[in-house]
Every structure is written in structure tokens, then in C-alpha cells.
Design a protein around this ligand. Structure first.
Ligand SMILES: [Cu+2]
Length: 290
């Protein structure tokens, strides 16, 4: 064996080992629980009555995309290798044009793929967006930079007013964050409103989010199915303290929820806080300058 051959065979072994390690790593991550969820932020499949369905749509779309991707890459590599230019080849290879069956094939297949994805996405979206008469209505009022929650439940009107992030003095203090309470297994209607600029309501573990526009109400209907503490956030860049526009979500038993409601004042916060947060913000900036 010449030294050149030895170098080549060593190189081949190294490539094989690397390929094996990469495949192994891929397989290992493929088995993890996170991978099975498609790295979605819901730890439980059934956090709400929608999360399972949304997770399936996401994961199955990934599997389909990966399968199609692998097939396409394999075909490309096969063409490159099998039809490469050989040593004795001269001139151009045989040219193909106006091959009707081929053209129908590569128009039809992608069309079918898009239609299939559309069908499943549309199905899921219809189910998720379906209006449900809910015993609990939470009118969420976003403001720069906090949240107010108005609860309408069993004839009671209660509200919680969140401290605005720029007024709390310290940033990111968990106790200062507004908390949204929800009873487990009770359908809830969120009425999403904004008082000032565009915000967006997102509870990552619920896999649903929706924009909040001034002068227009958006709706989310869902049923929390697992008790626990979750995090919520504004997911639309809405100004200086956007990153602190956070809230907690407590999904509790129905009796705990009714007890909690009793601790809240009666009433409903509507548009009356309009523009107030922005004025206060300017004032506090002016104080700092002195
Ligand atoms: Cu916001």
C-alpha cells in the first residue's frame, strides 16, 4: 500500500466515524421528549383542549417536510452522481424539452402537497377558532406596559389592574407581574383589547396567540385542562418596556378560582385608562433627568 493510499483510507475512516456520530446524535435527539413535541413550549400535550391538535399539526407538517426534503435531496444527489460527466464524454448530454408527462408530474405533485397541507391547517384552524359559549369571559385590556383582566363569571364582574412595568421601580420582579387566574376544565372566552398601541396576547404553553388592536376586539376560546403555573407575554414590539410586559397564568381548581374572585374589586376596566400610561411614563423620565 502506498502512502497516498494509506492517507486516503484514513480519511475515509474518519469520514465514516463522523457520519456515524452525526447520525447517532440525530437519532438520540429524535427520541427525546422535546423532539417528539417538535420543540414546542407546551410540556403537557393537553394543556388546553387545543394544544394536542396544534401539536399534531406542527409535528406532522415537520415529518412531511422532512420526508419530502430527504426524497428531493436524494434525487438531486443521484442525478449529480449518476449523470456526471465521464472522462470520455464530449459535447452536451441529450437535451429534453416539452416532455409533457414530466411537466404534469412536477406541477401536479407540489400542488397536491400544498393542498394537503392547506387542508389540515384549515381544519385545525377552524376548530381552534370556533366560537364557544363560555361560562367565563375574560376581557383582557393591554396597556403600555401591563395587563388588566376583567372577569365575568356567574353574574359577577371583577377586575384586576396590573402595575405598569415602568412604574414598578425594578425590572422583571415576578411579584409585580399581573396574574391571570383560570379555572381548570371551564371553557373561557378571552376578549382581547388594547388601550393604546398594538400588543399581542401569548401564553406559550397554550400554543395560541393573537394580536390586540386599539378599537377592535379579538377572541380566543379555549378550555385549560391542566392545573399549573404558566407564563404569558406580549409578543408585539410595543415600546420601551415591551420586554417587561409579562404576566403569570395560574390554572387552578374551580373552587380556588371562585375564592380568588372574591379578593378582587367589583367592576370593569374599559377604555378609561386610555393614554394615561404614556403620560406617566414621560413624567417618570422627566423626574430621572432632574
Ligand atoms: Cu405590548
Amino acid at each position: 500500500m502506498s502512502s497516498q493510499d494509506r492517507t486516503n483510507s484514513r480519511r475515509r475512516t474518519r469520514t465514516k466515524v463522523l457520519a456515524l456520530a452525526a447520525t447517532g446524535a440525530l437519532l438520540l435527539t429524535g427520541c427525546s421528549e422535546q423532539a417528539q413535541r417538535g420543540w414546542l413550549p407546551n410540556e403537557d400535550r393537553d394543556n388546553t383542549n387545543h394544544t394536542g391538535m396544534l401539536q399534531d399539526l406542527w409535528v406532522n407538517s415537520w415529518i412531511a417536510a422532512l420526508a419530502i426534503g430527504l426524497l428531493t435531496w436524494a434525487l438531486i444527489i443521484w442525478c449529480i452522481v449518476a449523470y456526471r460527466r465521464r472522462k470520455n464524454d464530449t459535447g452536451y448530454p441529450r437535451q429534453l424539452s416539452y416532455n409533457l408527462p414530466l411537466e404534469i408530474f412536477y406541477t401536479g405533485v407540489p400542488l397536491m402537497l400544498v393542498l394537503t397541507l392547506f387542508f389540515f391547517s384549515d381544519n385545525t384552524q377552524r376548530t381552534v377558532n370556533e366560537h364557544v359559549d363560555s361560562p367565563l369571559v375574560v376581557d383582557v385590556r393591554a396597556k403600555q406596559w401591563a395587563w388588566d383582566f376583567n372577569y365575568s363569571y356567574e353574574g359577577q364582574e371583577k377586575y384586576f389592574a396590573g402595575k405598569q412595568a415602568h412604574l414598578t421601580g425594578e425590572s422583571g420582579v415576578e411579584e409585580d407581574l399581573p396574574t391571570l387566574y383560570l379555572p381548570v376544565d371551564v371553557p373561557v372566552e378571552f376578549q382581547l383589547n388594547s388601550r393604546d398601541v398594538i400588543h399581542s396576547f401569548w401564553i406559550p404553553a397554550f400554543l395560541q396567540k393573537l394580536d390586540m388592536f386599539p378599537g377592535r376586539t379579538n377572541y380566543i376560546h379555549l378550555t385549560p385542562q391542566v392545573e399549573g403555573t404558566f407564563q404569558g407575554k406580549c409578543t408585539e414590539l410595543c415600546g420601551e418596556y415591551h420586554s417587561e410586559m409579562l404576566f403569570n397564568v395560574e390554572v387552578v381548581s374551580e373552587s380556588e378560582f371562585t375564592d380568588y374572585l372574591q379578593t378582587l374589586p367589583d367592576g370593569h376596566l374599559g377604555e378609561e385608562y386610555d393614554k394615561k400610561p404614556a403620560e406617566v411614563a414621560r413624567q417618570s423620565t422627566a423626574d430621572e433627568g432632574e
